[in-house]
Design a protein around this ligand. Structure first.
Ligand code: ADP
Ligand code: MG
Length: 240
């Protein structure tokens, strides 16, 4: 059947074990799922279910032991570190629970740093970074350092940084895990807006109310997908 919707992520029968001395912990036990361009998906499960392990493989930060992974039509297999880094830059934006900002750099410079490593010229880098800070509502805070920002503001900087390279897919691991519930909903509102513009986003979370702000919930338990369903997206901030 012909479909003009791009399949962004295709994984088949993914397995991953961690070796610890003589022992081995089988964490992912045959994961299958596909994500189309423009989807907003939650990978939900309790602590230890394998969510971060799965996201790290999707993010090319780690490799599966078995199975296949195709990202925007490109098979991801046996990449050397240089090629993996190139693909990460080209395809992926990362958002973490702990923000991972550089403390001695301004918000603007934090957003601009990955663009520097990609070889972008300074003027373009700064212009683009400022535009993304504006997009997340932090233009006024551009010259401030992370320790002068609230948790929600720090996560906005991290989201601007992840978006600045114009990635095909945003991968977020417990992005609201360090935030109070009001701030979490504001951050999810931003995520929903970014998805409304067509960006593919995967959100890993152990929180059910966060998962319900996406459009599809993939439920992971002990390294197996036990449920994969489309849901009525709860908007983080209701229109009045
Ligand atoms: P989640 O993100 O759902 O909490 P993880 O993917 O982080 O789960 O972890 C799944 C299981 O794998 C846990 O039992 C964890 O202790 C174990 N684990 C995660 N990373 C490693 C590692 N690098 N080495 C050994 N065990 C690990
Ligand atoms: Mg985790």
């Amino acid at each position: 059947m012909y479909s003009n919707t791009t399949m962004m992520i295709e994984i088949k029968d993914l397995h991953k074990s961690y070796k610890m001395g003589k022992n081995s912990l089988h964490v992912l036990k045959g994961i299958n799922f596909n994500v189309k361009e423009g989807e907003l998906v939650a990978i939900m499960g309790s602590s230890g279910s394998g969510k971060s392990t799965l996201l790290n493989i999707l993010g090319m930060l780690d490799e599966a032991d078995e199975g296949s992974y195709t990202l925007d039509g490109v098979p991801i297999k046996n990449l050397n570190e240089k090629l993996a880094a190139q693909y990460r830059n080209k395809f992926l934006g990362f958002i973490f629970q702990s923000f991972n900002l550089i403390n001695y750099k301004s918000a603007l410079d934090n957003v601009a740093l990955p663009l520097y490593y990609q070889g972008m010229k300074r003027a373009e880098r700064m212009e683009r970074s400022m535009a993304y800070l504006e997009k997340v509502g932090l233009a006024k805070w551009a010259s401030h350092k992370p320790n002068e920002l609230s948790g929600g503001q720090k996560q906005r900087v991290a989201i601007a940084r992840a978006l600045a390279s114009d990635p095909k897919v945003l991968l977020a691991d417990e992005l609201t895990g360090a935030l109070d519930s009001t701030t979490s909903y504001e951050i999810m509102d931003l995520i929903q807006q970014i998805n409304d513009e067509g960006r593919t986003i995967l959100v890993v979370t152990h929180e059910e109310d966060i998962a319900h702000m996406t459009k599809r919930i993939v439920n992971l338990k002990d390294g197996v997908i036990i449920d994969d369903k489309f849901v009525n997206q709860v908007r983080a901030i209701q229109n009045v």
